[in-house]
Design a protein around this ligand. Sequence first.
Ligand code: HEM
Length: 337
Amino acid sequence: MSDLLSKFRLIIGALLFLVFAFGALPIAAQQPTSVNPQASAVKEQQLFQELNRISGRCTLPDQKACTIEQPAGRDWRHFHEVTLRWIGGLAVLGTVAVLVAFYLWRGMVRIESGRSGRTIVRFNGFERFVHWMTATCFIILAISGLNITFGRPLLLPLVGPESFTAWSQWAKYAHNYLSFPFTLGVFLIFIMWIAGNIPNRVDVEWLKRGGGIVGHDHPPAYRFNAGQKMIYWIVVLGGAAVAITGYVLMFPFYGTDIASMQAAQITHAVVAVLFVAAMIGHIYIGTIGMEGAFEAMGSGTVDLNWAKEHHNLWLEEERARTGPNERQRQPAATPAE
Ligand code: HEM
């Protein structure tokens, strides 16, 4: 009897062993046979497609650094390295090309009645100081900013890595620090000239008549014509946009996440390159595009005939306000005989 019992136990034990042995097989099959520290079995593309990102755990204090790749990052890199360079290149070179063609066709807009030799004050010292401070900051901000966009493909191969690094570092300091006087300048321009830059019906007429730039017409205008008003609003709104987005970039992740940082960068860069294009147009008209215009911001005075041809309503207002206060231009010094 006890012999039978021990045989029965043996059979039950063997059966149980078989059940556990086979039951464990699928689990064992799931275990890796060897550990591959290179993770070469899993291709980057597979991970990217399955999880939409490559991220993991890391010991860095900034946990955002543990995300190595993500779709929005790739889109942003494409924008920065391809799309932005096209937008910037077309905007800047396109504007230059149009202006060169326009100058060859139209030439300088002359004071048609010639210079009267008498001048009237157009901008006071403070206005000119604010204008030139903002303009100087703008030019340095534009050059140092465009270095971030175009420096690597265009300048680096020409000057080599060491010079490019040194220049880029100084350019970056300039971009950061000059942002403050630039912002102040844009704010002062906004306050100083807002009264003369509200659009009105005279502007519609001015635009319909091509501003006198295309033909030889002299449509009436107050202190600022429709073209100058456009420049004013580009400076005020464009300046505000680059300032706000620029400070978001300068102080990253203060109340912003990676998506809003990317949005700020894209807005900053696109507004900036269009702003540069608009300012090239402004510089053209203020220098070789129109006779007598530069003096307004240079010495602060303009020739009376220039004022009559381009800003007749302003001239009338000034005369009504202060009486005829034009000055005879100082004759150029003649050498002793
Ligand atoms: C308050 C004014 C401004 C501030 C605070 C500011 C700030 C910044 C910052 C922090 C960056 C990123 C730099 C980097 O990636 O290391 C940048 C880039 C840039 N900025 Fe400005 N900026 C200002 C005005 C301007 C102006 C006026 C222009 C041009 C007219 C300009 C053009 C650019 C350009 C082209 C870039 C490079 C965009 C890119 O390729 O990523 N910025 N700016």
